[in-house]
Design a protein. Structure first.
Length: 505
């Protein structure tokens, strides 16, 4: 331990503030700690409020996934109010959530992850100059196009919900808006434009051609099939990683949790494209996949800066910050440690594919393991699976009367409700307890809480921490391998934590 060097890294190009502490010995990370350095007080803010306040407040947890937060909050209230959501309203909710996922996947890939390829550590890489042209922050061609094109897909949410971010159009029983024929036509037009750009620039082929890739060998054949494949952003990503020899970098925990990409109660369109969209909730590991049981989800605060110790189900847990000696001892993060049946689990696009048992990703996991490369590849290609599903829902959405979308919700009865959705970064859950028409307890578990969690009572590191252990570190002042792995999880510390300690330098 005396030969180990501790390095604390403020990580940029993530949503919010994240610090990574790594212990390096002989050029290798021997231990790692993921530290959320701000306190999120949203749960405490919700206590004592009216039942509908969560529809306004919780979307402001994050400016990137506010539709996902709204969706989870609305589903929890659906359960408490005991109201059925019409098929039309389910589709409208899902379309808005899907649009948010589409913009995030592209922005994360080309604004947050790929700029790492411009790091001076790769100056001798044969594709380094072209990486600069494409991904240099603020001026790379892919970065500029990403900003322009993803703005268009967000118009879908604005059309359906009135604004983005922080809309509040989902309500108990459905949605508050009346969707007309012209609204649907505008949404379809925006999606068609986004699809055309994604096919031409991002993947260099049709969605159907990419979705036909079902193994590691198929992916290599696809790459060599056409120049448009190789020169696409996806092709460039694969080539750069392969040339650098970093396909297996950042092995995760090998366990995955997904809440189901869209509301499963909505009929899934038939066809291979829809079946591969990652719609099924579940928990998967190397032995196979199990159905999701939300009663097995717990939050552990043993190494978090909150009162208490051990793990509790969200209905039973509280969010009470430590106000004294908060910077001492082994409580090193303002994030809690979610666990499923006592186990760590990764969530996000790769988890969706592992739960879905998608043949391409099962093949890649066999070849490279749960690495940063496979994790990021799942995110870049997710729109190819998701766009056809959204197109079919838009074609079959019922327009017209408000009664098709909402049902009047009376006074909230005492009880409990939870809403589970697959947000852009993975499984998101809201757990709400209502007493006397007032919120008695409100708990939120975000995707980044799963991925960037601290250790639990047994000392088990979270998925991101696990992925960092064993990494090579050539430059301790700016270890690019650490950044690759951290960015592959798309951390959103804004979702995890929400108030900064200004006393900290």
């Amino acid at each position: 331990m005396q030969n180990r060097k501790k390095i604390t890294l403020p990580v940029n190009r993530v949503e919010g503030d994240l610090e990574i502490l790594v212990e390096v010995e002989d050029g290798v990370v021997r231990d790692a700690y993921s530290m959320g350095i701000m306190y999120r007080g949203i749960e405490s803010l919700m206590t004592g409020r009216g039942p509908l306040d969560g529809l306004v407040i919780t979307p402001r947890i994050c400016g990137i996934c506010s539709s996902a937060q709204l969706h989870a909050a609305a589903k929890a209230l659906d359960m408490i109010y005991r109201v059925e959501v019409s098929e039309a309203a389910k589709k409208i909710r899902n379309i808005a959530l899907a649009a948010e996922i589409l913009q995030n996947d592209i922005r994360q890939s080309f604004l947050l992850f790929m700029p790492d390829f411009t790091h001076p550590a790769y100056k001798d890489h044969p594709l380094y100059d072209r990486a600069q042209e494409r991904y240099a922050p603020l001026r790379g061609s892919a970065c500029i196009e990403t900003v322009k094109e993803t703005k268009k897909i967000l118009e879908v949410i604005a059309i359906l919900g009135g604004q983005w971010p922080h809309s509040s159009f989902m309500v108990p029983g459905g949605v508050a808006s009346v969707i007309g024929q012209s609204d649907i036509a505008q949404c379809r037009y925006q999606l068609e434009k986004f699809r055309a750009w994604y096919e031409s620039r991002i993947i260099g082929c049709s969605l159907g051609r990419l979705c036909a890739v079902s193994s590691h060998e198929d992916l290599e054949a696809w790459l060599d099939e056409k120049e448009s494949h190789r020169e696409s952003e996806l092709g460039f990503f694969i080539r750069f990683v392969s040339e650098a020899g970093i396909q297996g970098l950042g092995q995760g925990c090998g366990r995955y949790i997904s809440f189901g990409l869209l509301d499963r109660r909505t009929p899934v369109p038939k066809g291979a494209l829809a079946d591969a969209a990652g719609l099924s909730p579940g928990f998967a590991d190397r032995s196979g996949c199990l159905s999701l049981d939300q009663t097995l989800i717990t939050e552990d605060v043993s190494h978090s800066k909150f009162k208490g110790i051990g793990a509790k189900h969200p209905f039973e847990s509280k969010t009470v910050p430590l106000l004294k000696d908060v910077g001492r001892g082994d409580r090193y993060s303002w994030a809690k440690a979610p666990r499923y049946d006592g186990k760590t689990a990764e969530t996000g696009p790769l988890a969706e594919m592992a739960v879905e048992r998608h043949p391409l990703y099962l093949s890649l996991l066999d070849t490279w393991g749960p690495s940063a490369f496979v994790r990021q590849l799942a995110r870049i290609t997710r729109p190819a699976r998701l766009i056809p599903v959204v197109e079919k829902w838009l074609k079959t959405t019922t327009m017209g009367q408000k009664a098709l979308y909402t049902k009047h919700a009376m006074k909230a009865p005492d009880g409990e409700g939870f809403g589970l959705v697959e947000a852009p970064r993975g499984g998101l859950g809201h757990w709400v307890r209502m007493r006397g028409n007032t919120i008695a307890n409100y708990q939120v578990i975000t995707p980044t809480a799963w991925n960037a969690s601290p250790r639990d009572a047994a000392g088990r590191p979270g998925p991101l921490e696990t992925s960092l252990i064993g990494l090579p570190v050539e430059d301790s002042k700016n270890p690019v391998a650490v950044h690759h792995v951290v960015h592959s999880y798309d951390p959103c510390m804004v979702c995890c934590v929400h108030a900064v300690d200004l006393r900290k330098k």
